[in-house]
Ligand binder design. Structure first.
Ligand code: HEC
Ligand SMILES: [Cu+2]
Length: 349
């Protein structure tokens, strides 16, 4: 609460920033903010005017000694036409401006660069046309980028406040969004001043639809690159296991695919993690309940068990744990990534 208050005060002091919103970082942002400000100040003006007239009428006409009651007017053409026509024009303007902008935001241009966004409980993954994937979003600046949104489980919402875009990710169906980012961000992952962004830090990407226990950690970053730098990034991202030992590569896969959200690698088995700690487990026995069975069975953590655990997590569920691990299909996790994961888990003491 206190940092929030301090933030608010510094905003009031700094006249250059937008009061309600983070900096405008996409070509949509100025229109969205313009319409918001128009509606906001219109409402504020009418609020003041209506309350002022109300107070005046109360003072002028209230029942009191010596006050003679006056007949109410039943009809006043000029007044009635005025209060119908002016609001109609205002509402018509709001509708026209809002609807044309809405249509524009709904229709990605033909030449857009396409990124597939996969939302799942509780992480984001982005797939690029060359086969690369990442858990943070990277896009080129100054060019339309189309997002094809999908969800592996429940409703999520793809929300990038700096771009003023928000769209639901719906299971069993594809939805779309698009954007043109104004400028490149720097590589620094530290959060700058979210309201002015003088240091061009990367933007926040949120899930804006309550989607279960860890909804609040379904957050990632958006990096915007100049086209040339983006081409290099996406090329490297596609070959990210190249030149690495399997265990090193596995560590990257483990982070990139969001395993870290549910599994500690330091023995922490607390409720913070939905799944069991994975260090020191290689070759050890555990009790699992096979799918459909009612009594536990003992299995050893080996190559086949790890592979099955990621491809079909519910085939054998660790005793005392809930079957909440998502299945990593070949589209989400390639075979060479599983091989690297196995080497990594083997190396964890
Ligand atoms: C949403 C939380 C979640 C995510 C994300 C997740 N897991 Fe799990 N994982 C679990 C839970 C819960 C269990 C225990 C229940 C079960 O066996 O399915 C588990 C079990 C496992 C097991 C068996 C552990 C044991 O001691 O027998 C392995 C291996 C494993 N996960 C690996 C991974 C890897 C690798 C990833 C990333 C590709 C991953 N998990 C992502 C929740 C998760
Ligand atoms: Cu979500």
């Amino acid at each position: 609460m206190l940092p929030l208050l301090a933030d608010g005060l510094s905003l009031l002091a700094d006249g250059s920033s937008t009061f309600f919103f983070p900096p405008e970082e996409s070509t949509f942002a100025a229109n969205v903010d313009g319409l918001f400000d128009f509606i906001y100040w219109l409402s504020a003006a009418f609020f003041v005017a209506i309350v002022a007239v109300m107070i005046y009428f109360v003072l002028r006409y209230h029942q009191r000694a010596g006050h003679v009651e006056q007949p109410s007017a039943s009809h006043h053409d000029i007044l009635e036409i005025t209060w119908s026509v002016i609001p109609s024009i205002l509402v018509g303007f709001i509708f026209f401006f809002g609807f044309t902008n809405y249509l524009n935001m709904r229709e990605p241009p033909e030449n857009a660069y396409e990124i597939t966004v996969a939302a799942k409980q509780w992480s984001w993954e982005f797939f690029y046309p060359n086969g690369a994937s990442s858990d943070e979003l990277h896009i080129p600046a100054g060019r339309p980028v189309k997002f094809t949104l999908q969800s592996a489980d429940v409703l999520h919402s793809f929300y990038i406040p700096a771009f003023r875009i928000k769209m639901d990710c719906v299971p069993q169906r594809y939805t779309y969004s698009w954007v043109v980012a104004n400028r490149a961000t720097n590589e620094d992952t530290s959060d700058g001043d979210a309201k002015t962004n003088d240091d061009h830090s990367p933007y926040d990407l949120f899930c804006a639809e309550y989607c279960g226990q860890d909804h609040s950690v379904m957050i990632t970053k958006v990096y915007v690159h100049e086209q040339g730098e983006f081409d290099v990034w996406v090329e490297n991202a596609a070959n990210y296991l190249e030149g690495k030992s399997p265990a090193e590569g596995g560590q990257l896969v483990f982070k990139k695919k969001g395993c870290t959200q549910c599994h500690s690698i330091d023995g922490d088995n607390s409720a913070k993690f939905a799944g069991p700690a994975l260090n020191g487990q290689w070759g050890t026995e555990r009790n699992v309940i096979p799918r459909g069975a009612s009594s536990p069975e003992t299995v050893v953590m080996d190559d086949n068990y790890v592979r099955e655990s990621v491809r079909e997590p519910n085939a054998k569920v660790v005793v005392g744990r809930k079957p909440v691990m998502p299945a990593f299909t070949p589209a989400l996790l390639k075979d060479d990534e599983i091989t690297a994961l196995i080497a990594y888990l083997k190396s964890l003491k």
